[in-house]
Design a protein around this ligand. Structure first.
Ligand code: ZN
Length: 443
């Protein structure tokens, strides 16, 4: 960290900070305020008066969108002039004369495109002979512009890192201006790539509270829809996996619309109202977990989904939506003595519904010669799903509904099996296994 105030005009105060760090939290300095997303520049109009933008970078909006790059080499999150030219001129129109307390500029690059070299001019646009669009061959001072600061943040060595520049006035405000003109220069001429990666420009008015800009957050990609005549509301969020947006809207959405109301109808219980708002979001930070559910969210592991789009993707969301409908946590929140639903049923019920009601044609939960050795009624997931299907077909067509209702009320007991089927769960488990052993042994 280097800080050196440079007196440009007697009344000007220029604070320059350089964090020669690599990645990390963006633009946190000691004296230069963090970038803002609700300053006077946020709604201002930016135009290029001279020079050309590099299309490999972001457009001018990157300078006032309140969003920051999240590392030192993110061309599309910065604005910069094209290679080979010596910067250019950018004008900001605040729309009307505005009291300006501070102008802050931020840049970030791993190497020589990090530092900032520019002159800042300002004008109220009212001077006689004012030229609002002076090209490089016109000196701004000759056509109604006032020089506010000359900035050059190039260090002696180690140009990479984050730069924050804050231009203010030790005696009060910078002045009242409508226009700001940045006359921007490249930082070096040894190669064609000397134009600075500018990340943000802020114009602060006095006595305003700046809202912090957000680092590296991508543009949200969400779509909302309803099911069951508007009763249920869903949001599909593919911000972290834009490539899955079309699939989610075309393939997943109709499944959600059809099946969420079905799941609610399949698993009723006294006084129970299912969540009416569910967000299905794709994430890229779930490690090895394909999908999860909790708190009205279904989380989908984007990497796993990409590989499973034609196989298990849709069914896994049906499974997670069952978890949303189960709502087994409620009883235990309200009553610490509530019985916890056994884990093998928490997972077995969603897999029963998924494999035997949603996609029976896939035969994904069959007992075969390969898994018969592991076939225990409480083996969870699809093996328990198979057991629940067998009990449903042979003993009680509503057994899943009854078990679910008990679990949701915090009243699950093993005796329920005997009460509803006349058999203990162990007896049922043995009979189910024997059935499959005989079926597999048959020629
Ligand atoms: Zn599950």
């Amino acid at each position: 960290m280097l800080i050196w105030p440079l007196g440009v005009r007697a009344e000007s105060r220029l604070l320059i900070e350089h964090r020669a760090t690599g990645n990390g939290e963006a633009f946190r300095f000691k004296g230069v305020p963090p970038p803002s997303k609700n300053d006077a520049a946020t709604k201002a109009t930016f135009v290029i008066l001279d020079g050309e933008r590099d299309p490999n970078g972001g457009d001018l909006a990157k300078l006032n969108d309140g969003r920051l790059p999240s590392d030192e080499d993110q061309p599309t999150e910065n604005f910069f002039f094209r290679p080979g030219i010596d910067g250019g001129r950018v004008r900001i129109d605040l729309g009307s004369n505005t009291v300006i307390q501070q102008v802050n500029t931020y840049s970030w690059h791993a190497s020589r495109r990090g530092p900032q070299v520019y002159k800042l001019y300002a004008s109220d646009g009212e001077a006689p002979g004012f030229n609002g669009e002076p090209k490089r061959d016109i000196k701004p001072a000759t056509c109604g512009w006032e020089l506010l600061a000359t900035v050059d943040t190039r260090p002696k060595e180690g140009p990479g890192g984050q730069y924050g520049v804050s231009i203010s006035n030790s005696e009060g405000n910078l002045g009242t201006y409508r226009y700001l003109l940045f006359d921007i220069f490249r930082t070096e001429t040894e190669d064609a790539f000397g134009n600075t990666f500018f990340s943000e420009i802020d114009v602060l008015e006095p006595n305003t509270t700046a809202a912090a800009a957000t680092s590296g957050s991508p543009t949200p990609i969400t779509s909302a829809f309803t099911a069951d005549g508007g009763k249920y509301h869903f949001v599909l969020d593919t911000t972290s996996a834009p490539d899955l947006t079309d699939w989610a809207n075309q393939q997943l959405r109709p499944v959600v619309q059809e099946w969420y109301p079905k799941l609610v109808a399949l698993l009723p219980s006294e006084g129970f109202e299912a969540r009416t708002n569910v967000t299905i979001r794709f994430r890229d930070n779930m490690g090895g977990i394909p999908a999860s559910a909790g708190g009205g969210f279904v989380n989908c592991n984007a990497g796993w989904f990409r590989k499973e789009l034609k196989r298990e993707a849709l069914g896994s969301v049906v499974h997670e939506m069952v978890h949303v409908v189960q709502s087994y946590g409620r009883a235990r929140r309200d009553d610490t003595n509530a019985m916890r639903m056994p884990g093998w049923l928490v997972e077995g019920i969603p897999d029963y519904i998924r494999w035997f009601l949603y996609e029976p044609q896939t035969k994904g939960a069959e007992i075969t010669s390969r898994n018969i050795g592991r076939a225990k009624y409480d083996a969870s997931y699809r093996i328990t799903g198979n057991f629940l299907n067998w009990v449903t077909q042979n003993y009680d067509t509503n057994i899943v509904q009854k078990l679910n209702a008990a679990g949701r009320a915090g009243k699950y007991r093993e005796e329920l099996w005997k009460e509803h089927t006349g058999q203990t769960v162990q007896q049922l488990g043995d009979a189910w296994k024997t059935f499959h052993e005989k079926r597999l042994a048959a020629p």
